[in-house]
Design a protein around this ligand. Structure first.
Ligand code: C5P
Length: 317
């Protein structure tokens, strides 16, 4: 049986980096948000043994270093399943783009593999496998708007925010996340724990505000809780180390703002920048304008938790 799954991307609505921990990771606080841009994965289990990955994009490794491989290995092991796992990745999302594509591919593999084997894992087992393979994986087991703490792997579903139009701009160059964290260490030293205190204040103010949760009937999207969140002044700390090294990315953020974004930011460590818009029409106008400037811009929309799960599994045959 082949199971086809959409592997959705995420953006980060604010990302605060704390001190370097003894285990080599950084404590962080972020709000993840799933969006409709996606890769497509086809996962099947046949006769034989082993794990094979196929992807036409040469930037995607097809060996054990691929997060899909590592997840598939663990799922087969935990479920004591036998067979040859084949994973085909149809790459549409940028590589090293800050949209969590590799992590999302791995979680889509996990979900599709369970379906192909007709053997479900428990939610704690899923979360454990995901967290072991990478910090950004567990959020894709929740979907929608998700608070990420710890090294990003400790996830909590946040109130479901209404669908909001997004424009994503993907530059050619990718950014290495471990290098961006190392650069952050060089830049900061002692202020790191203050950053975590600051985001704590911002998020509690937002969560305690009457605007959090479902929008009141008739209220415009411009007054949505998601936009209220970004208006609290949340920031992505990676901009402080990535923009000086890649000045083009700072310029793209400016271009998104000039094209009408109500909020624009780097996603994760980049290199993707996104803007939030009040209407689909405004997002479409911005895409036209940014493309005229030679930028790879696409319009998309945020996905609520329900939409994320409804659209994730496409077909089994
Ligand atoms: O968890 P993941 O494998 O995606 O992390 C890749 C690398 O990014 C880690 O080895 C570490 O260098 C860095 N990282 C970090 N702090 C985090 C997450 C990742 O320093 N919270």
């Amino acid at each position: 049986m082949t199971v086809t799954a959409r592997s959705f991307a995420k953006i980060n609505l604010g990302l605060y980096i704390g001190p370097l921990r003894p285990d080599g990771y950084h404590d962080l606080r972020t709000v993840y948000q799933t969006i409709a841009l996606h890769d497509v994965l086809r996962v099947s289990v046949g006769k034989g043994s082993g794990i094979e990955i196929y992807c036409a994009d040469p930037r995607v490794p097809c060996d054990e270093s691929n997060t899909c491989y590592r997840v598939a290995e663990q799922v087969m092991d935990v479920l004591r399943a036998k067979g040859k796992v084949t994973i085909e990745i149809e790459k549409r999302l940028p590589v090293q783009g800050g949209l969590g594509a590799a992590s999302s591919n791995a979680v889509a593999t996990l979900i599709a593999l369970e379906r192909a084997l007709k053997k479900p894992l428990s939610q704690p087992a899923r979360l454990r496998i995901a967290a072991e393979v990478g910090s950004d994986l567990p959020m894709f087991l929740v979907g929608g708007t998700v608070l990420g703490v710890g090294r990003g792997e400790e996830v909590y579903p946040l109130p479901n925010l209404p669908a909001t139009p997004v424009v994503a701009v993907t530059p050619d160059a990718g950014v290495s996340t471990p290098k961006a964290f190392a650069d952050w260490d060089q830049l900061t030293h002692s202020e790191a724990s203050d950053r975590l205190m600051e985001v704590g204040r911002v998020l509690s103010a937002w969560l305690g505000s009457p605007n959090t949760g479902a929008p009141a009937r008739g209220r415009s999207r411009a007054g949505s809780p998601l936009l209220d969140l970004v208006r609290t002044g949340i920031e992505n700390d990676f901009e402080k180390v990535v923009f000086p090294q890649y000045p083009d990315l700072r310029d793209i953020k400016g271009a998104l703002e000039r094209a009408g974004a109500l909020y624009a930011s780097l996603s994760g460590s980049g290199s993707t920048l996104y803007g939030l818009f009040s209407t689909r029409a405004a997002a479409a106008r911005a895409v036209g304008r940014l493309q005229k400037q030679g930028l790879r811009a696409v319009a998309t929309v945020t996905l609520t938790r329900q939409q994320y799960w409804k659209k994730s599994l496409v077909a089994s045959r």
